[in-house]
Design a protein around this ligand. Structure first.
Ligand code: XUL
Ligand code: MN
Length: 381
C-alpha cells in the first residue's frame, strides 16, 4: 500500500493565503506569527506540493516600488523553479480594503470599479511573469445586505462588463492561453453574494463576449455553505467543460465559511469529488483552499498541509478500490442495464407500449450500494 507521500505528479496546490492565514476571525485577532510568502513557497516545495495560487497582493503589497515588485517576482520564480513548481492562479484582493466595502466590480462608484479593474490587470500581468494562465475572480464584496441600494440588474451588468473588459485586456496584450474564471460563493462576507453557485455563474458566462474563455473554480465549502451537494456542483462545471480550477476543503453545511482541512468533514462527498476528477482524467491542480484551525501555531500549519494531501491520496486509493470492487461494480452494471441507446424517433416512440408495473418493480440496490461505499470508506473492504 502507498505511504501517501505526495509528489509533484499528484498536482497538489495551495493558495498562498492559506499558509499566510494567521488564525484571525471576526471575534479575535491573529493567533500565530506571520510567514513570508516566499518562505511559504519554499516550505510547500519541500513537502511535494506542485503549485501555488495567490492574490497578487499576497506576494506584492500594494504600494510596492517597481524595483521591489520585480525583485519579488524574480525571487518567487526562482523558488518555484528550484522545486519544479508552477503558479496556477493569480487573482486580486479586492475585498480587504475599506474602499471595496460595497463591492469592487459592482460598486456604484466608477472610480472604485476602475481601481478594481486595475488590480485585476496587475494580477494578470504578474501571472504572466510567473508562467500562470488563469485569473480566478472571487468577488468577496460584490454582493449586498441592503437591496434598496443597488438593483441586481445593475450588478449583473457590471459583472459582465468587468469580465469583458478583462478579456479584451488579455487579448490586447496578446496573452495567448490566458483564461478567466469565476469562483461562486453564496454569502460571506456579504449577506448575499451575486452569482452564488456554479449554475448561476454559467448563466452569466454564456452572455459574455468570449464565453469560451471564462470558466469556473468551484469550492467545496462554498457549495456546502448553501446546503448544496458539492459533488454535483463540481460535476456541472466539468460537464460544461468549464472546470478551470477547483478549491478543495471541508465544511459543515449551512454555516459560516469554515474552510476546514480537506477530508475533515463530509468524507463521502469528498470521496465522490475525488472519484469524479480522477475518473475523468481531469488534469487541473488539486488546490487546497482551507485554513489551519485558529488553535494551530506556525508549526502545526504544516500538519494541516500534510493532512490535506494525505486525505486526498487516501481517498484516491479508495477510488481505486471502489472501481475494482467486484460487488460494487456488479451492482453498477446491473443499474446501467438495459441501456438500449438513444431514444427512437418520435413517431416510433409515440406508438410504443410500456409495462409500467414491471419497470417500477426493478430493484435498484441503493441501500446495498451505499452501505458498500460506506464500508469501503470505513476501511473494511
Ligand atoms: C473565499 C475564497 C477565496 C478565494 C480566493 O471564500 O475562497 O480565498 O479562493 O480569493
Ligand atoms: Mn476559494
Amino acid at each position: 500500500m502507498s505511504d501517501f507521500v505526495p509528489t509533484r505528479e499528484d498536482r497538489f496546490a495551495f493558495g498562498l493565503w492559506t499558509i499566510m492565514n494567521r488564525g484571525a476571525d471576526p471575534f479575535g485577532g491573529p493567533t500565530r506569527e506571520p510567514i513570508d510568502p516566499l518562505e511559504a513557497i519554499s516550505e510547500l516545495g519541500r513537502r511535494g506540493v506542485w503549485a501555488i495560487e495567490m492574490h497578487v497582493e499576497d506576494l506584492i503589497p500594494v504600494g510596492s516600488s517597481a524595483a521591489a515588485r520585480d525583485r519579488l517576482i524574480r525571487e518567487a520564480r526562482r523558488r518555484l523553479d528550484e522545486y519544479g513548481m508552477a503558479c496556477v492562479n493569480v487573482g486580486a484582493n479586492v475585498f480587504s480594503h475599506p474602499v471595496f466595502r460595497d463591492g469592487a466590480l459592482t460598486s456604484h462608484d466608477a472610480k472604485v470599479r476602475a481601481l478594481a479593474m486595475q488590480r485585476y490587470m496587475e494580477a494578470i500581468d504578474v501571472g504572466v511573469e510567473l508562467g500562470c494562465t488563469l485569473c480566478d475572480l472571487w468577488w468577496g464584496r460584490d454582493g449586498c445586505e441592503c437591496d434598496a441600494a443597488r438593483s441586481p440588474l445593475e450588478a449583473f451588468k457590471r459583472l459582465r462588463e468587468g469580465l469583458n473588459y478583462l478579456q479584451h485586456y488579455i487579448d490586447r496584450r496578446g496573452y495567448a492561453g490566458y483564461r478567466l474564471a469565476i469562483e461562486p460563493k453564496p454569502n460571506e462576507p456579504r449577506g448575499d453574494a451575486y452569482l452564488p453557485t456554479v449554475g448561476h455563474a454559467l448563466g452569466l458566462i454564456a452572455m459574455l463576449d468570449r464565453p469560451d474563455n471564462c470558466g469556473l473554480v468551484p469550492e467545496l465549502a462554498h457549495a456546502r455553505m448553501a446546503g448544496l451537494n458539492a459533488f454535483h456542483e463540481v460535476a456541472l462545471a466539468l460537464d460544461a467543460g468549464r472546470l478551470f480550477g477547483l478549491h478543495l476543503n471541508a465544511q459543515k453545511p449551512l454555516r459560516f465559511d469554515q474552510d476546514l482541512r480537506f477530508g475533515a468533514e463530509d468524507l463521502k462527498e469528498s470521496f465522490f469529488v475525488v472519484r469524479l476528477i480522477e475518473d475523468a482524467g481531469w488534469t487541473g491542480a488539486r488546490t487546497f483552499d482551507a485554513h489551519p484551525y485558529r488553535t494551530a501555531d506556525r508549526e502545526e500549519v504544516w500538519d494541516f498541509v500534510t493532512g490535506c494531501m494525505r486525505s486526498y491520496l487516501i481517498l484516491r486509493e479508495k477510488v481505486k478500490r471502489f472501481n475494482a470492487d467486484a460487488e460494487i461494480q456488479g451492482l453498477l452494471r446491473e443499474l446501467h442495464e438495459p441501456d438500449d441507446g438513444p431514444l427512437p424517433d418520435p413517431q416510433t416512440l409515440a406508438g410504443m407500449h410500456f409495462d409500467w408495473d414491471e419497470l417500477a418493480r426493478r430493484r435498484l440496490h441503493h441501500e446495498r450500494l451505499d452501505q458498500l461505499t460506506q464500508e469501503l470508506l470505513l476501511g473494511i473492504r
